[in-house]
Design a protein around this ligand. Structure first.
Ligand SMILES: [Zn+2]
Length: 364
């Protein structure tokens, strides 16, 4: 029978991880990216048992390319919410570099320069199109080498020593120690939050970034949030596909529709086309960061299985990833977590239901 970590074991891991984040040597942002990658992969295809989990280096490299894709464009270029005006106006004439944020204290981070080289060689503007290019495999190989040489080698160094409590190297990548996949799934939201917070602080503390950042403070949005252009394209396309009907209440949207992350962005902060639904602003605000109730889950499962081609096309148009299998695993994980925590799911404004039996489609 499968064994699961105890509550004490979960907490002991979290305490160590916090220690690693506060005492570890973080000369570059790679280590935050590595932590986020291991946590995301654990949610997407890990397990809760006390067993090891093998993760190929190339899978970690693909995550790095995801995270650094937007970050390897000039800050304030077109992405992020309202980031646009910050750079050029305030410091034009002062800024002689490209507006690319420094991710480390030395030369340009190699992952960033590899992505930039790939983008200019292939004229690719989005991660979704990048993945379709033949040259993408070469980019993954290059990034995997950097990941193996740097963050994987140094991640578990704490205060002069080494404490391999998260993973060991394996032939093809890393192997998470028994129980670690479960810990990362349990604390995924918290871990993402800690890693992103440190990432933002790292970039802000780098003197070379000061002239690029200027006085505006939307760095977090630029680094980690869905950009406005993407949401606009998704909104237009979903409106066409669903005749401007609100996914949640079913009635027509007369003003500008919102695009909601069905599995809340606060739980899983990665854009996958299947996770977008069209909603009234009021329905969206009412649902907020809560999981949706069973009836919505059923509708959502029907929507993504019924319109796979349309959704793939929306993904390409908007430049986000299309991946039905992954978002289904993420949905199962998030509802399982909610179920275990005794959480309630949102039905409509002011109405909630307990996540429990009946969510069979999600394995509960
Ligand atoms: Zn509505």
């Amino acid at each position: 029978m499968a064994q699961f970590p105890t509550a004490d074991e979960h907490l002991a891991f979290l305490v160590k991880l916090q220690r690693l984040l506060s005492e570890g040597d973080f000369a570059a942002t790679y280590k935050f990216a590595l932590l986020m990658a291991l946590a995301d992969i654990s949610v997407e295809r890990g397990h809760d048992a006390v067993r090891p989990l093998d993760i190929p280096m190339r899978d970690i490299a693909e995550k790095f390319i995801d995270y650094y894709w937007q970050q390897s464009m000039p800050y304030g270029s077109s992405v992020g919410s309202g980031v646009g005006s910050g750079v050029g106006s305030d410091i034009s004439g002062v800024l002689d570099s490209s507006g690319i944020l420094s991710q480390n204290m030395g030369a340009t981070a190699k992952v960033v320069s590899d992505i930039q080289a790939f983008r200019s060689a292939t004229h690719t503007d989005s991660i979704a199109r990048a993945r379709q290019q033949k040259a993408f495999g070469g980019l993954v190989t290059a990034v995997a080498q950097t990941v193996a040489k740097q963050p994987v080698t140094y991640f578990q160094n704490i205060a002069g020593g080494r404490d391999p409590f998260v993973f060991e190297r394996s032939v093809s990548g890393v192997q998470l120690n028994p129980g670690v996949s479960s810990h990362l799934r349990k604390f995924h939201g918290l871990i993402q939050h800690m890693a992103r917070d440190r990432w933002v602080r790292h970039i802000k503390s780098n003197k070379r970034n000061i002239p690029i950042l200027g006085p505006k403070d939307d760095l977090y949005a630029f680094l980690f949030e869905t950009n406005r252009n993407t949401l606009g394209i998704v909104s237009t396309n979903l409106s066409k596909l669903f005749s401007k009907k609100c996914f949640y209440c079913g009635s027509r949207i007369n003003d500008t529709p919102d695009v909601d992350h069905f599995i809340p962005f606060s739980m899983y902060g990665r854009d996958i086309a299947q996770n977008f639904v069209l909603a009234h602003g009021s329905c969206n605000r009412s649902k907020s960061d809560v999981l949706a109730a069973k009836r919505h889950v059923d509708n959502w499962l029907e929507q993504i299985t019924r319109y796979p081609d349309d959704i793939s096309q929306i993904a390409l148009d908007a430049g986000v990833i299309s991946d039905q299998q992954t978002i289904l695993s993420v949905a199962k994980w998030s509802y399982q977590q909610g179920h275990e925590a005794g959480a309630h799911a949102w039905v409509r404004k002011g109405e909630f239901e307990r996540i429990g039996e009946g969510y069979a489609a999600l394995g509960i």
